[in-house]
Structure formats: structure tokens, C-alpha cells
Design a protein around this ligand. Structure first.
Ligand SMILES: *[C@@H]1O[C@H](CO)[C@@H](O)[C@H](O)[C@H]1NC(C)=O
Ligand SMILES: *[C@@H]1O[C@H](CO)[C@@H](O)[C@H](O)[C@H]1NC(C)=O
Ligand SMILES: *[C@@H]1O[C@H](CO)[C@@H](O)[C@H](O)[C@H]1NC(C)=O
Ligand SMILES: *[C@@H]1O[C@H](CO)[C@@H](O)[C@H](O)[C@H]1NC(C)=O
Ligand SMILES: *[C@@H]1O[C@H](CO)[C@@H](O)[C@H](O)[C@H]1NC(C)=O
Length: 369
């Protein structure tokens, strides 16, 4: 979910939901991610280390100095489908005594906010979300946490300070998101985020990382309607995002990884820089600044053939459910797709308020970016 100021970067045209039997496969990024703790990465390390003592030494040094913590409730992420707006979520603990929140993971924005001293929040009772949740969602209150600290208008991260009456007053915030009328507002508060540092040696250390969070008193739009009912963790490049706080406190490298499988479950690690063999691509600036995760897509390929003039700049946004393409690129892909697909096309109305085209067929060609 990109914050509204980033709107100009995203060319929104149409959304295509592609379904093959039970397997929902939309557009696949062809770059492969190998997680550092995966069997594959371990195998790679093992094969590289045989007969190379220097490398083994380097690896050992690397794994002891680099900390890759994950939320204290576990590194697992989950998707709850349409019930929770098709986003990816994880449980986090905040405050003392700790309170748990099921937050949406959003690379398209920066602030971590949770429902708090609610004036207008989404329903939090598990029964409201029939069969999706096994426990009630929580509301945060700074007065209930003895590690919470007031963030005043004079704080360097208080962007609303021009509207403050006094520099000592609590810093208000409002963030508007790309989805229409969707926003959160309230006060900034400092508190601890509970993390666990795991590693190859399997010992876990608990970390209490000070972060600034949004005490979300008033939400609107999608946030009252099934999207991120229990808050959202912005993972962007901004000063106020959790990865930035962790890096500035010297707790982790300024990086993180989210790996998600075809079924929608996955893992998140802070400070993860992946195995040495991992391929990378550079982020691109927007108006001269590196504010969001923008990458250059070289070409779109269907089956084995890559289409000409289908390069574009894309925002990598875990908080947007569907892949949006520039219209001229979408048109080229659609034409090529139709040529290769011998399918019955069913038009489904009212899916997420729009129209999606669902080809029903076997041996679906994969579309790679
Ligand atoms: C470390 O934490 C993870 C996730 O909570 C857990 O699965 C694992 O068993 C823990 N390891 C130890 C040694 O406690
Ligand atoms: C904060 O709360 C925790 C748990 O309720 C308690 O153990 C701790 O002593 C408290 N700390 C202070 C400074 O009051
Ligand atoms: C959170 O609180 C529960 C109950 O007080 C406690 O058992 C657990 O260890 C706490 N977790 C962390 C990460 O402090
Ligand atoms: C957004 O808010 C405006 C003004 O309140 C309203 O006219 C419009 O219908 C809203 N749009 C949606 C999608 O709710
Ligand atoms: C395309 O679909 C039609 C109707 O299902 C079928 O008769 C035909 O054999 C198919 N052609 C190919 C090339 O698969």
C-alpha cells in the first residue's frame, strides 16, 4: 500500500487474476530468492566450503556478526485471502507488558501503526472475522505500557510539527494511502518492539528494540473494511520505518527479507542480506531521491518469448494485492496471452469491486517479468 504521495509512480490500469485449478498464479517475478536458512542455502554453503578453509572462516565470522532477528511471535507470515484484503501479515509484540498485533507487512509505506485508544477502529473481535482468526485482535494504549514514551512535536521525526500549538505537545500524525479514502491518524509514541535473534546456532536471544509507532486512533476507508484491521508495519526506506530504526540502533544491517511461497505463507527477517550467491538489482531514484523500492523491469516474457518495448519502472509494494502494469505494456501482454491461450473466458463481476477476467484452463503459460 503506497502512501498517497507516491501515486505518480504507479501506472494503474487493470487487474488480472489468473487461476489454474487450485493454484492462483498471477505474474511471477523471475528472479529467484534463496533464503539464508533454507536447505538450499545450507547446501550451497556446504558445497562451497569444502576444500576452502578461508571461505569457511569468512562464513563463520559472517554468521556470528550478522544478526537477523524476527518478531518475538515467530518469523512466520500468513495471508488470509479476501477476508483481510489479500495482504501478508505477521504477529508482533509491542510494549511492557507486551501486547500482540497482527500487522500487515507493507514495503510501500514507512510507519508502523496499530489500533490504539480507539475513536474509529476496525472491529477487533475474532468472531467478527468468522473462521479467519483463532484469537481476538488487540488495541494498544500508551497508558497501559510502562515502556511507552511520548513523542513531542519538537521531535525530528514529527512531520506535523508546523501544525502544533506548542513544541511539547504530543506529535499528531496522519498517513493517507493509495487506496481511496484509506488513512490512519493519531499520535506518535515510542515503545519497544519485541524481537528474537535466531541464527544458525539455534539459540534465541530476545531483543527489545525501541521504535516510534503510530497510535492509530482513527482509521478510514479500507482500514475499517477488512484491510489491516490490527495495524500495519511500514517497511519502506523512510526514517520512521522499523528496518531503519533497527539499523540506526546498530541491531541489524539496514535490510530485511520477506519470502512468500505459492500458498501465501512465508517468513520475515530483519537485517537479512541473503547468501553471497543471491542476485541483486539496484533500486532506482524517483525525482532524485531513494524513497521507495523502485526497480527497472527489462522486459515481460510469456513462455519463452520476451516482448519488445515492455520495459518499465515498478514499485515493489507488498501492500498492494495485485500487479499493475502500464497500459501499453498490459496491451502487449494481453495480445500475446490471447494468442497462446485456448480458453473459455469467464467474466466475473464484483470481485473486489472490479472486473477480473478468469481464464479457465489447463497448462497455463507463465508470464515472467
Ligand atoms: C527460536 O525461535 C523459533 C521461533 O519462535 C523457534 O521455532 C525455535 O524453536 C527457537 N529456538 C530455540 C533454541 O529456542
Ligand atoms: C513494567 O512492567 C513490567 C511487567 O508488567 C514489570 O515487570 C516492570 O517492573 C515494570 N517496569 C517499571 C519500570 O515499572
Ligand atoms: C509477552 O508476555 C507474555 C505474558 O506476560 C510472556 O509470557 C512473554 O514472554 C512475553 N514476550 C516477550 C517477547 O516479552
Ligand atoms: C471517498 O470520500 C469521498 C468524500 O467523502 C466520497 O465522495 C467518495 O465516495 C469516497 N470513495 C470511496 C471509494 O469510498
Ligand atoms: C481448443 O479448444 C477447443 C474447444 O475446447 C478444442 O476443440 C481444440 O482442440 C483446442 N485446440 C487446441 C490447439 O488445444
Amino acid at each position: 500500500m503506497a502512501a498517497r504521495s507516491l501515486l505518480s509512480l504507479v501506472l494503474v490500469v487493470a487487474c488480472v487474476l489468473v487461476e489454474e485449478a487450485q493454484n492462483a498464479v498471477a505474474i511471477t517475478l523471475s528472479s529467484r530468492l534463496v533464503h539464508r536458512f533454507s536447505d538450499e542455502a545450507k547446501a550451497l554453503r556446504a558445497s562451497r566450503s569444502t576444500g576452502d578453509a578461508k571461505l569457511v572462516e569468512d562464513e563463520a565470522r559472517l554468521s556470528s556478526s550478522v544478526s537477523v532477528p524476527f518478531p518475538s511471535e515467530g518469523s512466520d507470515t500468513a495471508s488470509f485471502g479476501n477476508d483481510f484484503g489479500w495482504l501478508h501479515y505477521t504477529w508482533i509484540d509491542i510494549g511492557t507488558p507486551n501486547v500482540s498485533f497482527l500487522v500487515a507487512l507493507d514495503t510501500g509505506s514507512d510507519l508502523l501503526w496499530v489500533p490504539c485508544d480507539c475513536v474509529k477502529c476496525a472491529p477487533l473481535s475474532a468472531t467478527y472475522y468468522s473462521n479467519t482468526l483463532d484469537r481476538d485482535l488487540n488495541e494498544y494504549s500508551p497508558s497501559g505500557s510502562n515502556t511507552s514514551k511520548h513523542v513531542s512535536c519538537s521531535h525530528e521525526l514529527c512531520t506535523a510539527s508546523p501544525n502544533c500549538k506548542s513544541p511539547k505537545q504530543p506529535c499528531p500524525y496522519t498517513v493517507e494511502y493509495f487506496s481511496e479514502n484509506t488513512s490512519t491518524s493519531g499520535l506518535l509514541v515510542e515503545d519497544v518492539l519485541h524481537l528474537v535473534s535466531g541464527g544458525d546456532d539455534a539459540s534465541n536471544n530476545s531483543i527489545r528494540a525501541p521504535v516510534i509507532i503510530g497510535c492509530g486512533m482513527k482509521q478510514s476507508g479500507g482500514y475499517l473494511d477488512g484491510i489491516a484491521p490490527d495495524g500495519l508495519m511500514g517497511l519502506g526506506l523512510g526514517e520512521i520505518s522499523v528496518p531503519t530504526f533497527l539499523a540506526k540502533a546498530g541491531l541489524t544491517a539496514n535490510s530485511f527479507s520477506i519470502c512468500i511461497d505459492d500458498e501465501g505463507s512465508g517468513r520475515i527477517f530483519f537485517g537479512d542480506q541473503g547468501p553471497n550467491t543471491q542476485q541483486s538489482t539496484s533500486f532506482l531514484p524517483s525525482n532524485g531521491n531513494y524513497e521507495t523500492y523502485i526497480v527497472g523491469v527489462e522486459a515481460c516474457c510469456i513462455g519463452n518469448s520476451c516482448l519488445k518495448q515492455t520495459s518499465f519502472r515498478a514499485l515493489v509494494d507488498s501492500g498492494t494485492s495485485f500487479t499493475f502494469l502500464p497500459e501499453e505494456v498490459y496491451d502487449k501482454i494481453a495480445v500475446e496471452f490471447d494468442k497462446r491461450v485456448n480458453a473459455t473466458i469467464a467474466v466475473m463481476q464484483n470481485l473486489l469491486g472490479s472486473t477480473a477476467i478468469i481464464p479457465v484452463l489447463k497448462n497455463f503459460p507463465k508470464c515472467l517479468l
